[in-house]
Design a protein around this ligand. Structure first.
Ligand code: NIG
Ligand code: FE
Length: 415
């Protein structure tokens, strides 16, 4: 087995279920920690210096670095073609996200790029962002389709995501998001029918997605269309999640709870009754602060959502339009500065609760026996330094399933 020793401090949420409300502050600190890992990359025990018999194991000296669980980025659209920096520039000149979309940009612009691209081109485009996410400490990532908007191109995106799973060290989980926007020139009700009758069956038959998502919002999919699509997806074995209450309060959070969604995401405009519904449920409230920053919208009311007792996760929403960042460390910083989350709450939201948003809380999101050894080593004095050192990465090494997949040269091996 492998023994990771000489860890200055290990910070981790604990538990095999999501942390809700005030429990999000419960982060365990172990000084001078050691982590014993079996050959399958599972954690056998976590202790302090001297707890383990060194002669029995391969020793990995972690050089007095600080260890955190790998980030679980539970909401991204990181598989796409092209880029949209010109839209960013238009917003800088005063146009809103919706105005840019109406001027021919927005999701439709990425749809055009994806339809013109081959699977291989999409893989190469996205590989760069996923590898970068790993270097920044993300070990598990959800990726959505949604820039194809027909069966062929939605499958192309999901196939690209599946190829990236083999090409990178990030654990990738996939979501079918055919209901991301209405394709140009197609009747809206006809499109909903084609998602239900053509896209969902093709996706489930391909086995390329585990989740289904709908952009339920003003100007996008109505609550009734959302209900129909999600119900059809559940019937075919996909697990539901929802883009909810981002551009307007359309009671999306309450709908997500009612439909049994694993998560309700964005929530910039969530109402008090939506917050109460989330707090009374196991649906994870996933907040995406980089998106609010990027589209110049007020941040989601994280304080209210946590204080109400809900389960809160944070994620990047990495996408070419509204959040061009794969950096979970920056998300932690924004959650603390922009949404008044405490440092401990933000860590729990970026790890254990992100795992819960993907149904992975029993295996991922914390560093404890029985979980996968996904750990990031930082050259920082303590946890608070992570969000405090704004937009700079102090990652030294990343361990995925017990294997050092980034920064191996920075650690001492005594095999
Ligand atoms: O999560 N809100 C919906 N979809 C994306 C934006 C996608 C885009 O602009 O390409 C989001 O922010
Ligand atoms: Fe999104």
């Amino acid at each position: 087995m492998k023994l990771f020793t000489n860890i200055r401090k290990l910070y981790t949420p604990v538990g095999f279920h999501a942390a809700r409300g005030s429990a999000m502050r419960d982060v365990r600190v172990t000084e001078d920690a050691e982590i014993l890992v079996d050959i399958d990359g599972m954690i056998v025990s976590v202790g302090v210096k001297g707890d383990h018999d060194r002669s029995q194991h391969e020793i990995i000296d972690c050089n007095d670095l600080v260890a955190l669980p790998g980030f679980v980025d539970s909401h991204t659209h990181a598989v796409f073609a092209g880029e949209r920096s010109m839209e960013f520039a238009m917003r800088a000149e005063g146009k809103s996200y919706q105005e840019v979309a109406l001027a021919g940009g927005g999701i439709q612009s990425s749809v055009r790029s994806v339809r013109e691209a081959t699977t291989e081109e999409i893989v190469q485009n996205s590989k760069r962002y996923i590898e970068s996410a790993l270097r920044l400490g993300t070990t598990t990532m959800e990726v959505k389709s949604g820039y194809g908007l027909d069966t062929e191109n939605e499958l192309k995106l999901l196939r690209a995501a599946s190829e990236l799973r083999a090409l990178t060290h990030v654990d990738i989980y996939t979501t079918f998001l055919g209901a991301h926007a209405f394709p140009k020139g197609v009747d809206h009700d006809d499109y909903v029918e084609s998602i239900i009758n053509d896209q969902i069956p093709a996706v489930t038959q391909s086995g390329l997605a585990e989740f289904i998502d709908v952009f339920c919002d003003e100007g996008y999919f109505s609550n009734e269309q959302t209900r129909k699509i999600i119900t059809a997806g559940i019937r075919e074995g996909l697990r539901p999640r929802l883009h909810a209450d981002e551009l307007a309060d359309t009671s999306g959070a309450a709908l997500a709870v009612k439909l049994g969604c694993l998560s309700a995401d964005h929530l910039l405009k969530v109402s008090d009754s939506g917050i109460r519904a989330l707090a009374a449920s196991n649906t994870v409230a996933t907040l995406l602060p980089t998106t609010a920053l990027s589209i110049r919208a007020p941040f989601a009311p994280a304080r209210k959502v946590i204080d109400a007792g809900a389960i809160v996760a944070i994620a990047t929403d990495c996408n070419p339009g509204s959040s061009m960042s794969e950096n979970m460390q920056f998300v932690v910083t924004l959650a603390v500065i922009g949404t008044q989350m405490t440092v401990e709450e933000a860590l729990t939201a970026a790890t254990l609760n992100g795992a819960a948003a993907l149904g992975l809380e029993k295996t991922h999101g914390s560093v404890e026996p029985g979980k996968v050894m996904d750990v990031v080593l930082f050259d920082i004095p303590q946890l608070a330094y992570l969000p405090y050192h704004i937009a700079v990465s102090d990652v030294v090494a990343v361990v995925k399933r017990g294997v050092i997949v980034h920064g191996k040269e920075n650690l001492n091996w005594q095999a």
